[in-house]
Ligand binder design. Sequence first.
Ligand code: ADP
Length: 481
Amino acid sequence: PMYLGGDWSEATSGGWFEVVDPATLQIIGEVPQGGTEEARQAVEAAATAFPGWASLSGRERSRYLLQISEKMRRATDEIASQITAEAGKPLKQARDEARSASAYMGWYGEEAKRLYGQYIPSAQRDKRVMVIRKPVGVVAAITPWNFPLGLLVRKVAAALAAGCTVVCKPAPETPLVALLFARLCQEAGLPAGVLNVITGDAEAIGQVWLSDSRVRALSFTGSNEVGKILARKAADRLLRVSLELGGSAPYIVFDDAGLDAAIAGLFKSKIRNAGQVCAAPNRIYVQSGLYENFLAALKKMVQSVKIGNGFHPESQMGPLINEAGYRKVESMVGEVKEQGAQIFEGGTLVGEPDDHQGWFYLPQIVTGLSENSQLVQQEAFGPVFPVLPFKDEKEVVERANRSPYGLGAYVFTRNVNRTFRLAEQLEVGILGINDPLPAAIEAPFGGIKESGYGRESGAAGLNDFVEERTVSIQLMDDLSE
Ligand code: ADP
């Protein structure tokens, strides 16, 4: 059942939908097919709970968040199994996600105490000016399946720390871990209505949240297409929206880079979650002097990858999430193949055939590509490595920035001056220099250009959920007297 107003409930429609293990294609659960009615009830519950939650002191809210974080930490194994079962990623990666989500909740548990305002020296002798930060109210969160717990907790933790109450809708592929998270929040004693998790018809639920004036902010992580639909509709009542959408991250390897580090970095950032990561490298630019050696090393790496059911102890990469995801990658690679690109396929399947019924896609290196091909310009969201040579820094920066997107970028170099030049020139929200995993709990994450707006994580992650109120005080007496 769904978690609504502190209780567990079925959909009023009586409908349910199935959750499928993407590795085995077995049905592993059913969740309610909620819709308009449940979306309204969720807002009602969150709006009712808001004044009480918002009036707690930061320290009081902090205690709840730290308690939830601790519950999550203790439930790491249960959470990880749930993530692997519905999202398909190897258990080790699922554990990383579970631990990171718990740490996230803990970090915002601390940050809840630090919702600082400002005291501004007035231009007038007899005035005092301060800025206080107030929670916006009910926050709606809509999240995707690739980090089904991590991306939900990013929003929920920051919103709760800010003093907001939350209604959320996880992706239909991965609702179970979101409901497990709700159970842990309930067990931690979070007051009823402060967090509500509903499942079902995305469009109907989204429509209610976009139009109900009690919802004061919408935080969305997902596709560019849906992000734009939501932003357009939100404009009708100037609802605050933060959007964390896709990108086409360049991964730039200079001649002076450490080859081993650049290859190991791709394993970490691209084999991870089978490439289904919004900031994953999507186009790999290698400087001509290193190109041949790089390709040889990349082939070796790709050949070594073990692919299988996430529960198999040797599995390093699981299946893609579903048929649509598989067909998308397949057709993007098919298109460039027709245009004359060369494909090198690697990887070995581990485990029994019954464990491979799902949408397993073997990792592929693609060369001989045109810069304008879809595979280079659009997010593939799969374990595909398009590799393109480049001559010099100026040229590669221009090619990297030509994209309409601007989420992540990666640079491998040992030249310190170049490090600073590129940090200032690449048009992205997050840049890893010799660092394949630059996202961190304590630092802001988000995109520019068509990758969206708003920031999650770190102290900046609170900004989307608070409003600043200026208070000007006219003194009645002259204090200097
Ligand atoms: P993906 O292609 O990665 O599944 P989506 O953007 O389609 O990404 O989905 C991300 C989240 O947005 C999911 O929770 C999904 O159910 C939800 N969603 C999809 N379409 C809509 C919509 N029209 N209104 C509100 N939410 C939507």
